[in-house]
Write a protein that binds this ligand. Structure first.
Ligand SMILES: [Zn+2]
Length: 395
């Protein structure tokens, strides 16, 4: 029988210079690096193992951590449950983790001290802003916001990250919260590049959080609402399983619809100036104004009557012209219809939205099983736009 392949994390290096710190680990002959500005990095076995979980699961490899003790017991128990869930969704094999140092007893039993400080991942999107205000409202504001360069902003797109950093600076100083800026080449690493970002982004966030010392309570804002049971790399029942003995993960906001969050946020001048929903466009513009997510959010903003104030949507062309150029998948089409149906749109925009819905439905061969719970919504959407084609529901 051939030897089982190994994903090896070794030769860990730590460098400090001024206010910035860099941790590196050699993986398959290339350096995986993580750089942090404004905080402290500390190598932990939980971090490296977390980065390796999904790639090892899909390739049937084991994870080997050189010169590291085993991850703690709390992390190990959570990871077992997490991997059972993920292999159930996406197949693959639960990886074995091999280390070559004996852990101290505190680490072995997950009894390391958990700092009280709260850290919130903050990308500037609707869910991030909602999580920030929800934490403030509950009297537990984050001690720091964490912004990551190299996840949804490409490392080479320095124009976008610089523009957004000045926005973050305004948000941070308004709320008197510290800002941590992290950069990493994780997504460029050969072992990670082939993995679906939809499936792995939660693990990537968890991995970097396990390297930041001084913060024990880690907050991740929701992507999908709880009512939508779609396999995804970060959700209400996944994020909590990233926890270890010294870091506890929290998931914020999955009980509230994104459109409702946006309605609540629409009057906030910081949101009007700095909301960033787009992951597509490059360059200094915060939102490309061309993709389905930008256009859908602009429709949501119109419903609040605040669109003139939203300087973060600064595309020079009218919305109707831009709708004429796009198509979308079924799931976002439902959100788009929900954004449009209860407002009286100007006639040209109404025509453009309905034509876009029909054009997109034409490209959908059938409704997949995971959208079965949305059948009534999809049928209403079909009636709303006057679609006359056949749409089969998979059973
Ligand atoms: Zn966009």
């Amino acid at each position: 029988m051939p030897d089982q392949p190994s994903l090896v994390f070794g030769k860990i290096k730590h460098r400090k210079s001024g206010t910035s710190q860099k941790l590196k680990a050699m993986v398959d002959g290339k350096w995986l690096w993580i750089e942090l500005e404004g905080g402290e990095l500390k190598s932990t076995p939980e971090a490296w193992a977390t980065f390796g979980l999904y790639p090892a699961m899909t390739t049937g490899s084991r994870i080997r951590l050189r010169d590291q003790p085993s991850p703690d017991k709390v992390w190990a128990a959570n990871t077992k449950a997490l991997m059972e869930k993920m292999t159930g969704w996406w197949g693959g094999k639960i990886p074995k983790i091999v280390t070559d140092q004996r852990p101290g007893w505190r680490r072995r039993f997950g009894l390391e001290r958990r700092p009280r400080k709260r850290l919130l991942f903050f990308s500037g999107g609707v869910d991030s802003f909602h999580a920030l205000y929800e934490m403030i409202r509950q009297g537990t504001p984050p001690d720091a916001l964490l912004f990551v360069d190299g996840f949804d902003i490409d490392l080479t797109d320095t124009a976008k990250s610089e523009v957004y950093l000045s926005a973050l600076d305004e948000i941070r100083s308004h709320h008197r919260i510290k800002l941590l800026r992290l950069k990493t080449n994780l997504r460029k690493m050969p072992f990670y590049r082939k993995c679906s970002w939809n499936n792995t982004h939660g693990l990537a966030m968890a991995g970097v959080a396990h390297l930041i010392s001084g913060y024990g309570e880690i907050y991740v804002s929701s992507s999908f609402e709880t009512i939508r049971d779609i396999p995804y790399g970060s959700r209400w029942d996944v994020d909590v399983l990233f926890s270890s003995g010294s870091k506890r993960f929290h998931h914020v906001g999955s009980g509230i619809l994104r459109a409702t969050k946006l309605t609540d946020l629409c009057h906030d001048p910081l949101v009007q100036r700095h909301l960033r929903v787009c992951w597509r466009g490059r360059g200094p513009r915060k939102n490309c104004g061309e993709c389905e997510k930008c256009l859908r959010t602009e429709l949501n903003v119109m419903a609040s009557g605040q669109q003139e104030r939203f300087s973060c949507f600064d595309h020079p062309e009218p919305l109707a012209c831009r709708f004429a150029r796009i198509e979308a998948k079924l799931d976002p089409l439902v959100r788009m219809w929900q954004a449009a149906k209860d407002q009286s749109l100007p006639p040209d925009l109404d025509l453009a939205v309905k034509a876009m819905l029909r054009r997109s439905l034409d490209k959908e061969p059938s409704v997949p099983k995971e959208l079965a719970s949305e059948r009534a919504e999809i049928e209403s959407l079909v009636r709303y736009c006057g679609y006359e084609g056949e749409l089969a529901f998979e059973s």
